[in-house]
Design a protein around this ligand. Structure first.
Ligand code: NDP
Length: 508
């Protein structure tokens, strides 16, 4: 929760200069931060641009050293960072530890693989150009503006920050107004490692500061948050033809086949739906279970779900809603599911409190309910039965989103997973793709564009550069006004012999 007492009032001439970040469970002050103005953002971008020359000049090996030193420092201060994430975002300490640990693993992967993925590599120059050596290399874009969310304030922005830096860009980071202190911790530790250089800069504030960053002249924007704000960021970036990677929301499903391990599936569905108070873009929001195993699955699910208690202190399965305004949305989804005939089996109409939401499971919810069509971002789960896996895939794909999801099953599970229209699907586990640094992370449709993580995530923050070097004279000289009739004929013959064979399609 962030103090609104100090927030700039829309349309008000007098703007506040600072805002308070509060613990969403206790209301305690975490830290007061400046609201960066347009001028502050421009200055931060300028500092990052100045640092670019140094950061690019030290090359992949130099950057790797700094990034690995940052990784080591963060690993050393892991529990301090996890404690801060716990206090500022409200999630259990163990969840914060998991998030920060995975982020550190990504820094390591990006640092160690950037040279291999992005460095100069030879490609086949083809028969027509056998006298040429052809290469491709991936060059940094310049300064990347990263706008981060509050739900995973370390892990999520790190997918853009570490991969951008490893690729040779410098970064200006604007964390969410709900988790600015975590953002500051990340930037401060990186600056400690780089002895105060501006390869990673911080700006803090509300949406206006994010908007200023999007239009500040950065060479690429990297946004994580809601689809609606993602569209605004993209529109703002379009003014200057600034490319942008958007990691937005989702409405992920878990598909459960009749040959699945139902205990494992229930355990995973519950955790993926409820952990972090359901505030996970790749969380399970819908479950489609084969009707033959529906009842057994529900028994397994409810046995576990009845034991869950939210809370801030030790033993709480998940914390409060980090962003109070989300409570209204969660309640509206539950109410809509009930009004349309959904069957509440846990929680329900009274589940949404002042800060916490009790675990809520509703079955047989009509597919046009907003509890099925819109991102809920709360500890709720819709469980619907299906008569076949084709139906499960069809319903899963009948959404404007396409972020991730999971399939639990036996021999057909991988093929079912492949039919899901989403950027990432795991089989017999949940969200494991996020913990494998070599895999790309991102969605389709309203879930966003572009990728972080993996080789694709490194390339996302670069532009490809083609290089070609002639090492002997061409057999047929084509790119000269002195080319002869003979070389023209030779070229025509060559094309015919290379490509003129009759294809099977033409024979028919
Ligand atoms: P937003 O999309 O509004 O915010 C995400 C980030 O963008 C924050 O840093 C925010 O700053 C910043 N921002 C806000 N307005 C602008 C703007 N006009 N230009 C540039 N940056 C801007 O999400 P919310 O935090 O308000 O959450 C709303 C919903 O979004 C949630 O209910 C959830 O459904 C979804 N969401 C999805 C996430 C995901 O992981 N995909 C993460 C977070 C939210 P500030 O916080 O200071 O306003």
């Amino acid at each position: 929760m962030t103090a609104t007492i100090d927030k700039p009032v829309k349309g008000s001439a007098k703007k506040q200069k600072h805002f308070d970040s509060l613990n969403p469970a206790t209301g305690d002050l975490i830290e007061t931060h400046p609201i960066s103005t347009d001028a502050d953002v421009a200055a931060a971008v300028e500092r990052a641009r100045d640092a670019s020359a140094w950061w690019q000049a030290i090359g992949f090996d130099g950057r790797k050293e700094y990034l690995l030193a940052w990784r080591a420092l963060l690993a050393k201060r892991l529990s301090e960072l996890a404690d801060l994430v716990h206090r500022e975002g409200g999630k259990p300490h163990a969840d914060a530890l998991l998030e920060a640990g995975l982020a550190i693993d990504h820094i390591s992967w990006a640092a160690k693989n950037a040279k291999k993925v992005l460095g100069r590599s030879r490609v086949n120059s083809g028969l027509l150009m056998t006298n040429q050596m052809a290469y491709v290399e991936y060059k940094p874009l310049g300064v990347v503006g990263v706008i981060g969310p509050w739900n995973y304030p370390v892990f999520t922005p790190m997918g853009s920050i570490a991969y951008s830096l490893a690729a040779g860009n410098t970064v200006v980071f604007k964390p969410s107004e709900y988790t600015p202190t975590v953002g500051k911790f990340l930037v401060d530790t990186f600056q400690e490692v780089t002895h105060g250089r501006s390869a990673l800069e911080l700006v803090t504030g509300m949406g206006e500061t994010g908007a200023a960053l999007a239009t500040s002249g950065v060479n690429k924007g990297a946004f994580t948050g809601s689809t609606a704000t993602g569209k605004k960021v993209m529109a703002a970036c379009a003014e200057t033809l600034t490319p942008v990677v958007i990691e937005a929301g989702g409405k992920d499903s878990m598909i459960i086949d009749r040959d699945a391990d139902l205990g494992e599936a229930a355990d995973a569905a519950l955790w993926c739906a409820m952990s972090n108070a359901g505030q996970t873009c790749i969380g399970t929001e819908r479950v489609y279970v084969h009707e033959e195993v529906f009842d057994t699955f529900m028994t397994e699910l409810l046995t576990r779900a009845r034991q869950l208690r939210p809370g801030y202190e030790d033993g709480g399965a998940y914390g409060p809603a980090t962003m109070p305004s989300q409570l209204k949305i969660i309640k509206s989804h539950i109410d809509d599911a009930i009004a349309r005939g959904g069957n509440v089996v846990l929680g329900g109409a009274d589940a949404v409190g002042d800060r916490y939401v009790q675990p809520t499971i509703i079955t047989d919810v009509p597919e046009d309910s907003i509890a099925v069509t819109e991102e809920t971002f709360g500890p709720t789960l819709v469980v619907n039965r299906v008569s076949s896996m084709d139906e499960a895939v069809r319903l899963t794909n009948a959404t404007k989103y396409g972020l991730a999801g999971s399939v639990f099953g036996g021999k057909n599970a991988l093929d079912i997973a492949s039919k899901v229209r989403s950027g990432m699907t795991s089989v017999n586990s949940v969200i494991t793709f996020a913990a494998i640094p070599a895999l790309p992370f991102g969605g389709v449709g309203d879930s966003g564009i572009g990728r972080i993580h993996g080789a694709d995530g490194l390339r996302e923050f670069t532009y490809p550069k083609a290089l070609v070097k002639q090492f002997m004279p061409p057999v047929i000289s084509l790119t000269s006004f002195s080319r002869t009739k003979k070389s023209e004929q030779l070229f025509a013959q060559l094309i015919k012999s290379l490509h003129g064979g009759v294809s099977g399609l033409l024979k028919r």
